[in-house]
Unconditional design. Structure first.
Length: 527
């Protein structure tokens, strides 16, 4: 009998080691897929990416933003203000490694990898099973929603990591009868990180802080109040900034929202319900995704089908078996409130503003995976379902990655939205003469592309002269414009909304030599 038990134990250990080895290989492959194509996929550099990257560069060099403001809390850009956390993190990397597209894109990739790692750690912490942690981490890595946003140099790339860190800290507190001072400070700091990392955090983080009421007990009440107080203290810089810059933090929201001074309460409620329903639509989630070609591949959903079915099963398990557990009540609450910020805007399924949703949803896959891996009656059937789900996930993820690294990489829509032709246009203009005059229409602030690519070529801001819209540059001046109507004696180059030309009256002879951007510009430039 003892020998039989020993044999069974040995077999079980071998099986588990084989599973862990297989999952380790899958993680390594998924990680390689994340890094593949950096920095050239996506091609070019999106306008907002250049704004963030250029301001990170100026901070790393002078401690000032593009407008000369010293160590700003929020960064003025295109009539709005960008959040500080990602920019300062990128500035630190630029200070160490130099400013480049490669460093910027790699930062977002690493943030995506770290978010998946933390979700895997949380799953292992919740279940005590390493296998489940690895499965959840791989699922996060393969989720199109996370992957696509980890390829962009935007503030939102940091948000899944910040939210995963908050949930990890919260779970460590949730399993305790009493919360320590470390729990209080950790929760308050991670809530502050959520607030300052992306614009939706200014609404979502307070809603999540409010959700701590689910954990109130007589032993925890004081600690939860302390958490709220410490978190409130972290908001003082934001309140001071808002007081000194009235309305600045709401500029983008006013542009994006359907709420106007003329809106009636009934209209607002009706619009909110319609947008909320659209943002939780399974069709949008699984088959359509975001309509912005800079953010999402057309024809595919934001999440994979098999993990979504597992998540649905996990939600059912929670509702039937764990609905009285404060942790799971908070997770359900998190799903509901994560949709609120996006539902206050006009866009249908804006994946950037919905970025907290897939993180919360993925948490519900944990009890489902634990159930499928559970020993006992119907074990073989459950394991078969798990195997099918993992295989189908891998196949659909492979199709997505094939499109992302294949035909979609160089699609016309993608090349246009990422200004992929701008470097060639810029170099053609710079070869003719300097300074370069920049004239933009209000809706297309292309000057930042000139600043960014000029920096990569060793030009400082003194080599550019910005003129107001509909202003004529001096005769003979080299101009890059996003305006449609302009007077020129010679067009140097055109790409998308950009035109490089020589202002009327010039006697210049234009040499249109196509000189590629130096390779080093995509790696380590200008320490």
């Amino acid at each position: 009998m003892g020998e039989q038990l020993t044999t069974l134990t040995t077999t079980e250990n071998r099986r588990r080691r084989s599973q862990v080895l297989l999952l380790t290989v899958v993680i390594l492959v998924a990680t390689a897929v994340y890094v593949a194509g950096v920095p050239n996929n996506p091609p070019g550099f999106y306008l907002d990416e250049s704004s963030i990257a250029y301001n990170a560069h100026t901070i790393s060099q002078t401690g000032r933003d593009e407008f000369g403001v010293s160590w700003p809390l929020y960064f003025r850009a295109f009539g709005e203000y960008k959040n500080p956390t990602y920019i300062y993190l990128l500035a630190a990397l630029y200070h160490l490694f130099g400013s480049s597209i490669f460093v910027a894109r790699l930062l977002s990739v690493v943030l995506g990898l770290m978010a998946a790692l933390l979700l895997g750690i949380l799953a292992k912490q919740m279940t005590g099973q390493r296998r489940i942690g690895m499965i959840v981490g791989v699922t996060a890595l393969l989720t199109p929603w996370f992957f696509e946003l980890s390829r962009l140099v935007l503030e939102v790339a940091l948000y899944p990591l910040a939210l995963a860190l908050f949930l990890l800290v919260l779970h460590q507190a949730a399993i305790k009868v009493r919360w320590s001072l470390l729990n209080v400070v950790s929760l308050a700091v991670t809530l502050a990180l959520l607030t300052y990392s992306y614009s939706i955090g200014r609404l979502l983080a307070p809603l999540l802080a409010m959700g701590l009421i689910f954990f109130i007990t007589r032993q925890r009440l004081k600690a939860i109040i302390q958490t709220w107080v410490v978190y409130a203290l972290t908001l003082i810089p934001l309140l001071i900034f808002n007081n000194t810059h009235p309305g600045a933090l709401l500029t983008k929201f006013r542009w994006a929202t359907y709420i106007t001074p003329q809106s009636t309460p009934l209209n607002i409620v009706t619009e909110f319900i319609q947008h909320y329903a659209g943002n939780v639509s399974p069709w949008n989630l699984l088959f359509v995704g975001d309509s912005n070609p800079a953010i999402h591949i057309p024809g595919m959903g934001a999440m994979l089908l098999a993990p979504a079915l597992v998540i649905a099963g996990g939600i059912a398990l929670v509702l039937f078996r764990h609905r009285r557990d404060p942790w799971w009540r908070f997770m359900l609450y998190g799903v509901l409130v994560s949709i609120v910020p996006a539902s206050l805007t006009r866009d249908q399924f804006p994946s950037l503003r919905l970025i907290a949703l897939p993180t919360f949803l993925l948490i519900f896959s944990i009890p489902a995976f634990a159930r499928l891996l559970q020993a006992g009656a119907k074990q073989q059937a459950r394991h078969a379902v798990l195997a099918f789900a993992l295989i189908f996930t891998g196949l659909q993820a492979a199709i997505f990655q094939g499109q992302f690294h294949g035909s979609y990489k160089s699609s016309s829509a993608r090349l246009a939205v990422f200004d992929a032709g701008y470097p060639e246009l810029f170099m053609a203009a710079a070869a003719v003469g300097k300074p370069i005059y920049l004239i933009d229409q209000t809706s297309q602030p292309g000057y930042i592309q000139a600043y960014w690519y000029g920096m990569l070529r060793g030009l400082d801001v003194s080599q550019f002269v910005r003129l107001p819209s509909a202003t004529d540059a001096p005769a003979g001046a080299v101009v890059i414009t996003t305006e449609v109507n302009f007077s020129s004696s010679k067009i140097i180059a055109k790409s998308g909304p950009y035109t490089a030309y020589i202002a009327a009256g010039s006697q210049f002879t234009v040499a249109r030599a196509k000189v590629p951007l130096p390779d080093r510009a995509f790696w380590i430039i200008g320490r």
